[in-house]
Design a protein around this ligand. Structure first.
Ligand code: APR
Length: 310
């Protein structure tokens, strides 16, 4: 029997998620949205079914507004919510999206209690916290998508700056999904060569700043709405690692209970995603300056979570 993937929210990211999940044949796909957008989702689902002969995939893809249709889902990816608009911070979205995520978490808890849940909705570090609190799901089963995207942006900007293949750029970005995130140049390599040996300090500083502001750069260009291709791909590789037990190590917003001195918060940290979900969090030895940056991002995440009052 095919696996089942429930996409809660069928907007910009949700539709790309559906297309990627189909193309990768991860399983059957249900896209859930609220009325009247459920009809748009039904239409997009049908469009994707009709793309299958050329896309060369077998999957049932459907749209709904009824949580019964996600019964028994193996993976749930949550993008339900309002996206950022020009001039808005992720925190501006907080009050609107807390309510949406609470509704979604109750629906998922009732209908897909065993699913591996990936939260994408912003402000990410707070929304994944709310989702876990409301569902009460174990920590291996709930994760936020942020670091995979921030790391993809870091790698892309390095490849663009140095004129090299992005395939050869390896690195990681830790911390919260905001302007205090922590790209780690010291641990970044290009074809095995340390980044700090082939890029100047000025170049690296510029790359760090651009990565931290990458979401905002796109929001400014769009004027309305936020990035969707790269967030969708980032969530899909996390889902794929779980469904296929690929055991990828990716930075994810995971519930820390002591790691990096953090207790009870979701923070972007390197994680092993296996068929068990978040199987392991890796604690990297950080240099003093890196640790100082991490403390700053932890303070920012703590503040946003406290504002949730949950
Ligand atoms: N249940 C299900 N879906 C909902 C609910 C709800 N309670 N409330 C809103 N939605 C749906 C909207 O109808 C919309 O179709 O969520 C969808 C969100 O899609 P977009 O507005 O296109 O937003 P998108 O670009 O996909 O981003 C979604 O991810 O990266 C974050 O900041 C981004 O928080 C935003 C989220």
């Amino acid at each position: 029997m095919r696996k089942k993937i429930a996409l809660i929210g069928g907007g910009q990211i949700g539709q790309i998620l559906a297309m990627l999940a189909a193309q990768k044949e991860l399983g059957d796909i249900v896209v859930l949205d609220v009325p009247p957008y459920e009809n748009v989702c039904k239409g997009k689902a049908l469009d994707l079914m009709e793309m299958a002969p050329h896309g060369n995939y077998d999957a049932n893809i459907s749209g709904t507004s009824d949580y019964k249709d996600i019964d028994g889902a193996d993976v749930v990816i949550v993008t339900a919510g309002k996206p950022r608009e020009a001039g808005m911070t992720r925190e501006d979205l907080l009050s609107i999206n807390i309510k949406i995520i609470t509704d979604v978490a109750n629906g998922v808890k009732q209908h897909a209690p065993k699913a591996f849940c990936i939260v994408v909705t912003n402000p990410l570090d707070a929304m994944v916290y709310v989702f876990q609190k409301v569902t009460g799901f174990p920590k291996n089963q709930v994760v936020g998508m942020a670091g995979a995207l921030d790391t993809a942006r870091w790698r892309a900007f390095i490849a663009m700056e140095l004129g090299v293949s992005v395939a050869d750029v390896a690195g990681t970005v830790m911390g919260g999904h905001g302007p205090d995130m922590v790209p780690l140049p010291r641990l970044t390599t290009v074809g095995g060569v340390p980044l700090e040996e082939i890029a100047t300090k000025e170049q690296i500083d510029r790359l760090v700043t651009r990565t931290r502001e990458a979401g905002t750069e796109i929001v400014k260009l769009f004027g309305k709405g936020s990035a969707f291709f790269s967030p969708a791909w980032s969530a899909i590789i996390m889902a794929e690692s779980y469904l296929k037990d690929k055991r990828r190590i990716l930075p994810c917003a995971a519930l820390c209970e002591g790691e990096y001195g953090v207790n009870g918060l979701f923070l972007g940290v390197p994680c092993l995603i296996s068929g068990k979900g978040i199987e392991k969090i890796f604690e990297i030895k950080l240099a003093d300056d890196e640790n100082a940056m991490l403390q700053k991002t932890i303070a920012a995440v703590t503040k946003t979570v406290q504002e949730c009052k949950i």
